[in-house]
Design a protein around this ligand. Structure first.
Ligand code: KG4
Ligand code: ZN
Length: 363
């Protein structure tokens, strides 16, 4: 079984062909970073137009690299939400058109389901596991029980973790995307022996019941500290790097605390887990991985992270989610979604999850 996956919900145009033996036969990711960088963030209209300009060419290229024709594909899967709707529409429309022309199933994949199942593509974890999904758009803890069975234990009440990194970096004049820039500045501060505790940043939600996240108070505190330390002039480099270290330490502590709670909640319900999985762009951060590794070990679990190219947005995870959906479908059923499936800007993976306390809850 070979499935074509299409991902266009954010600022990566990605196409992949994956088979049921977990082989990634072709994989292409085109980042729009350069197009958005002058604006310090993603501009939805630019993203949608860029997906439209690139997608057909990428599909042709992926097929050529795999030595396949469109007729060799068994199904077409595309991210159908949640995400920036202009881009999602581009991918969904392409997938539907191909499915119709080739007479193959069309699979509308929830982007979060793609992330949730990516660790089964590589390295191949067994159900059930706890997933911490931390990216620019998402920050949630999900118990992944089976294909189509996801229980959301916690989510952010304001910003996603990656979004917090990006905003903090902007505030400190460290550029976009913020995560890698903050990590570098933090390493410089650590090497210089700066004590992050000296900055007195608050640790939001730490020790609170449940496992929701909140980062906006931290952001405000960071802005205030930066203003105080710049005393009307420019922020000295040493203080800038020190604040980056303090910020990263705080996020690591908060993610570790919330994840630890989620593991305890699962244990209290008597549910064994096979692993703690971390995915999303923020999973690239070494300090955060280290903190999560400690949490997992303390609970007798291993920390599993898919390889970096599967952690950030990609189409292989979308094709793989399609394969898992087809394999889980009742024999004899078409296994796909109707061509009238409408793209969704919002699409919670677990619609029964209570809303986190606070407004503006993400996906
Ligand atoms: O998963 P991703 O590539 O795209 C989505 O948001 O879906 O994640 C990008 C996010 C950005 O916010 C970026 O700042 C963050 O991941 N990020 C990091 C690091 N590398 C990327 N955050 C912290 N530390 C890093 N090393
Ligand atoms: Zn994503």
């Amino acid at each position: 079984m070979r499935v074509l996956g299409i991902e266009s919900s954010c600022d990566e145009t990605a196409v992949a062909i994956v088979n049921e033996r977990r082989e990634r036969i072709a994989e292409l990711v085109l980042s729009q970073l350069k197009e958005h960088r002058p604006f310090g963030g993603i501009v939805p209209e630019i993203a949608a137009r860029s997906h439209l300009n690139q997608l057909d060419r990428l599909i042709v290229q992926a097929l050529a690299e795999a030595g396949l024709t469109p007729h060799d594909l068994d199904a077409i899967a595309a991210t159908a939400g949640p995400g920036l709707i202009g881009g999602v529409l581009v991918g969904v429309t392409m997938a539907k058109a191909m499915a119709l022309a080739l007479n193959r199933p069309f699979l509308a994949i929830n982007h979060l389901e793609g992330h949730a199942l990516s660790a089964r593509l590589d390295p191949g974890v067994e159900f059930p596991y706890l997933l911490l999904l931390v990216s620019g758009g998402h920050c949630q803890l999900l118990r992944v029980e089976a294909v189509g069975r996801y229980r959301r234990l916690g989510t952010t009440v304001d910003d996603a973790a990656g979004e917090a990194f990006d905003k903090a970096a902007k505030m400190l004049g460290l550029g976009y995307p913020g995560g890698p820039a903050i990590e570098q500045a933090a390493s410089r501060a650590a090497a210089a022996g700066i004590d992050p505790k000296g900055y007195g940043l608050p640790r939001p939600m730490l020790g609170r019941p449940g496992c929701d996240f909140s980062f906006s108070g931290l952001k405000t505190a960071l802005r205030q500290r930066a203003q105080e330390l710049s005393a009307g002039g420019a922020l000295p480099e040493r203080e800038r790097d020190g604040l980056a270290l303090a910020f990263q330490e705080t996020i690591a502590a908060v993610l570790a605390d919330r994840t630890s709670h989620a593991l305890e909640m699962s244990a209290a319900e008597g549910r064994g887990l096979t692993a703690l999985v971390v995915a999303g762009g923020v999973a690239a951060n070494r300090r955060i991985r280290q903190a999560l590794d400690q949490v997992a070990r303390a609970k007798g679990l291993k920390l599993v992270a898919p390889p970096a190219d599967l952690c950030t947005d990609n189409a292989a995870m979308i094709a793989w989610a399609g394969i898992e959906r087809l394999q889980a479908a009742t024999p004899g059923s078409a296994g796909g979604d109707g061509l009238d499936f409408a793209a969704r800007p919002r699409w919670p993976l677990d619609p029964t999850a209570p809303r986190a306390a606070g407004a503006g809850v993400k996906a």
